[in-house]
Ligand binder design. Structure first.
Ligand SMILES: N[C@@H](CCC(=O)N[C@@H](CS)C(=O)NCC(=O)O)C(=O)O
Length: 223
């Protein structure tokens, strides 16, 4: 039976997993959980994932959440030899560097977007200078990771780039990422956007997220 991905395409981390499934050509059943209607807070869902986050994976009756953990699991379990070599190599140091980047996305880069978006949408809190500064600090690190190489862990795209790509796409909703200031991020992001499945995976969900966040920004700016 194909693994089941509980997701809403509005969620950037859910799309990071969808990107990987496309890259691997892995068939997963996507079960829609409507985030805006609180689908993730339903009893049934909390039984699977007490942390109630999207995405959540079900594989052979076992549950796993956090997009970064899901993607490393998918690589180890379903990645073919050649795919593992490229996207999540077994070499201990190379793998540790990719893991570090995944932790950075999870702990620093994605929260720089998410905390602002949830404060805006959930609590009507406008974007603060401190949030902007925090986001620029995170971007500055990513800019340095990309220095002198095509991707965040070398010249080969890894699963860390998939996570970063959806975080950057999301961040751009409320923060201009200027080429002059971030030439490495700009060139790398163009590379990520040229993946044959990038638009297909992101288009609809990103548009929903963009409308939600920018709609709220417009509403608050009138007050
Ligand atoms: N680190 C997590 C973040 C997941 C996350 O924050 N997902 C949001 C949607 S974008 C969510 O489900 N939030 C609901 C909640 O935290 O209750 C991951 O990478 O999967």
């Amino acid at each position: 039976m194909a693994p089941i991905l509980y997701a809403d395409n509005l969620s950037p981390p859910a799309r990071a997993v969808m990107l990987l499934c496309k890259e691997l050509n892995l068939k997963v059943e996507i079960r829609e959980v409507d985030f805006c209607r609180g689908g993730h807070m339903q009893e049934q869902f909390i039984k699977m994932n007490p942390q109630h986050t999207l995405p959540t994976l079900e594989d052979n009756g076992k549950y796993l959440w956090d997009s970064h953990a899901i993607n490393t699991y998918i690589m180890s379990k379903y990645g073919k030899e050649e795919q593992q070599r490229r996207l999540y190599p077994r070499n201990v140091y190379q793998r540790a560097v990719i893991d570090q980047r995944l932790h950075f996305d999870n702990g620093v880069l994605f929260p720089a977007f998410r905390d602002v978006a949830s404060a805006l949408v959930g609590k009507n809190q406008p974007i603060t200078e401190a949030s902007i500064e925090r986001a620029h600090t995170a971007l500055g690190f990513l800019e340095q990771f990309l220095d002198g190489q095509k991707y965040s862990c070398g010249d080969e795209m890894s699963i860390a780039d998939l996570s970063f790509s959806v975080s950057i796409l999301a961040l751009k909703i409320w923060l201009p990422i200027e080429e002059k200031k971030y030439p490495n991020i700009t060139a790398w992001f163009r590379r990520m956007q040229s993946l044959p499945y990038f638009s297909e995976v992101n288009e609809e969900g990103h548009e929903k997220l963009r409308k939600l966040v920018q709609g709220k920004m417009a509403e608050l700016s009138k007050k």
